[in-house]
Write a protein that binds this ligand. Structure first.
Ligand SMILES: Cc1cc2nc3c(=O)[nH]c(=O)nc-3n(C[C@H](O)[C@H](O)[C@H](O)COP(=O)(O)OP(=O)(O)OC[C@H]3O[C@@H](n4cnc5c(N)ncnc54)[C@H](O)[C@@H]3O)c2cc1C
Ligand SMILES: C=CC1=C(C)c2cc3[nH]c(cc4nc(cc5[nH]c(cc1n2)c(C)c5CCC(=O)O)C(CCC(=O)O)=C4C)c(C)c3C=C
Length: 476
């Protein structure tokens, strides 16, 4: 393989380039990124006084093959000393809240919490979990998250808990999202054990083995629930970029928006605003719709499938307050769509990563997330919404949900357009059909990134690794 073009310089494209760089089989790697920076949604503001604010992801899980894989990469890049772990015993891991009926409710934990009736739920959760074993296995090959949870655990858990969880991971509507694609461990547990309880007890049948390196072993020994980096999550794409620059085999292009890609006798011709390049293989880490509009009409069924992967827009409002102003401590609170369609939830950043607070004086950092699948309905077209109106809505939410009357001393509003793909029912079939079209037509093209096989940072990095292994026919 001579030249591989990686389209999109988010964490997916950078991770793929990192794995390509590990192999001597590729002589040239060209990364094309449309914006002026690499990293995509991994975006941190480092203020001059030392405070760090995340505008995208803030917590990465260390668990599972994909979690271990990311930690191995972090260790290899020399970032182990910058990792900020949050353990399972930390208050941010133990205390999770929902805002329902105008009140904050701590989610029940431990056996006693499951035995009692804990609001906002009208019944103890343990009997629902126990009865779940008796519920018949679903027959279809996919189902909405809401229908799956209603069927197995009851409508109340689907309406409140799962609705909120889907808003806090996909900024999406659990009535449309696919259980098979969004929560594969739940879908597989039912398939394997006939019930979630038995299936989860039987464990995963995953054949994907990633051996834990030193950092991943440390994460198990110290019981990490999630982690970040001392200079913010954006340190990860920055460090991969430095690694790629030092390799001498990677050309990194910023402000290089891909306009068209056309198959040619030797591979691909890639057209940008101000130039054309050739490559033997393309790894696309572009959002699905962007790739769709760059493909030639000869790729018709693929163009349509890519076009049909919807995305949601999220408004992210970072707030800083003087003093310790929270009435509760925990990871934050999520808000079900029945309570407020526009407000997704509030993250209590200063609880789990106090290291990101400014060093002098006590402060509280919060992030209010809004919109998602309900953005257009509640706020109108993203380009018409003003930052002031979003800031007002966010500070009002902090005031009414958390009783904080003070005004924030610092704030930052960002509207992340089309930032999170929505895996609707049937997503797995769409992805299978796209990949079989590519194979049947001998297109030298790999699809990676959040549009296809998982939206977490870990999933996206792993998708880059898998594509490189498939391309080179070997482990990396
Ligand atoms: C608000 C928010 C909070 C999140 N929180 C978490 C979290 O806590 N934990 C977690 O694990 N995950 C979280 N995620 C999810 C995760 O951050 C993303 O799914 C992941 O970063 C997506 O990476 P990607 O490389 O696939 O896509 P992107 O980051 O979208 O990268 C695609 C890149 O392609 C570029 N591009 C677009 N068009 C073109 C073009 N024509 N030519 C060239 N380049 C182009 C873009 O500029 C971008 O850099 C969060 C996401 C958001 C938005
Ligand atoms: C755009 C999508 C996301 C929104 C909106 C969002 C809001 C949100 N998140 C938390 C708290 C946490 N989220 C965590 C993980 C996580 N969040 C998203 C995306 C959005 N979050 C993703 C894709 C992930 C990764 C999930 C995975 O499978 O790894 C975490 C860390 C992990 C954990 O402990 O669950 C926290 C904490 C809140 C409170 C919130 C409010 C709207």
């Amino acid at each position: 393989m001579r030249t591989v073009a990686v389209l999109g310089g988010g964490i997916g494209g950078l991770a793929a380039s990192y794995y390509l760089c590990k192999s001597p089989q590729v002589s040239k790697i060209i990364v094309l990124e449309s914006s002026s920076r690499f990293g995509g949604w991994l975006w941190s503001t480092r203020r001059s006084d030392g405070a760090v604010f995340e505008h995208g992801p803030r917590g990465i899980r260390p668990t599972g093959a994909v979690g271990r894989n990311t930690l191995n990469m972090v260790d290899d890049l020399g970032l182990a000393g910058e990792v900020l772990p949050v353990t399972y015993s930390h208050v941010a891991s133990k205390n999770r809240y929902l805002y329902v009926n105008g009140q904050l409710h701590k989610l029940p934990s431990g056996l006693s919490g499951l035995l009692r009736t804990v609001p906002p739920f009208s019944r103890p959760l343990l009997p629902s979990l126990a009865m779940e074993i008796l519920v018949k296995k679903g027959r279809g090959d996919d189902e909405s998250v809401h229908s799956f949870i209603s069927r197995r655990l009851g409508k109340e858990l689907a309406d409140i808990a799962m609705d909120s969880l889907c808003r806090g991971v996909f900024a999406g509507d659990c009535r449309k999202l696919s259980v098979r694609s969004c929560f594969p461990f739940l879908y597989n547990a039912e398939r394997r054990g006939g019930s979630l309880t038995l299936g989860l007890l039987l464990g995963s049948d995953s054949t994907s083995v990633v051996s834990p390196g030193r950092l991943a072993q440390r994460s198990v020994k110290e019981s990490w629930a999630q982690w970040s980096l001392s200079r913010g999550v954006e340190t990860l794409p920055e460090t991969i970029t430095e690694f790629l620059q030092q390799s001498g085999r990677v050309q990194l292009h910023r402000e290089a928006a891909v306009k068209h890609i056309t198959p040619s006798a030797s591979g691909w011709k890639i057209t940008m605003e101000d130039g054309v390049i050739s490559a033997d293989h393309i790894i696309s880490a572009l959002p699905a719709k962007v790739l769709s509009s760059a493909l030639p009409s000869s790729c018709h069924p693929l163009i349509q499938e890519l076009q049909d992967i919807f995305t949601a827009t999220v408004a992210v409002v970072n707030l800083e307050y003087d003093g310790s102003i929270l009435p509760v401590t925990g990871f934050g609170h999520l808000i079900p769509s029945s309570e407020d369609r526009g407000l997704l939830g509030v993250v209590y950043d200063s609880v789990f990563f106090p290291q990101h607070n400014r060093p002098n004086g006590q402060t509280t950092r919060l992030t209010v997330m809004m919109g998602g699948a309900w953005f257009q309905e509640v706020f109108g077209a993203p380009e018409t919404v003003t930052e002031e109106s979003l800031l007002v809505k966010a500070t009002e939410a902090v005031q009414s949900h958390l009783g904080v009357a003070a005004a924030p001393t610092w704030s930052r509003v960002a509207v992340h357009r089309d930032c999170i793909p929505q895996y609707y029912q049937g997503h797995f079939q769409r992805v299978e059909s796209m990949r079989s079209f590519i194979k049947k037509n001998n297109l030298s093209l790999s699809l990676i990134g959040s549009s296809y096989d998982g939206v977490s940072v870990n999933d996206v990095i792993f998708s880059g690794r898998t594509a490189v292994e498939e391309l080179l026919g070997s482990g990396v």
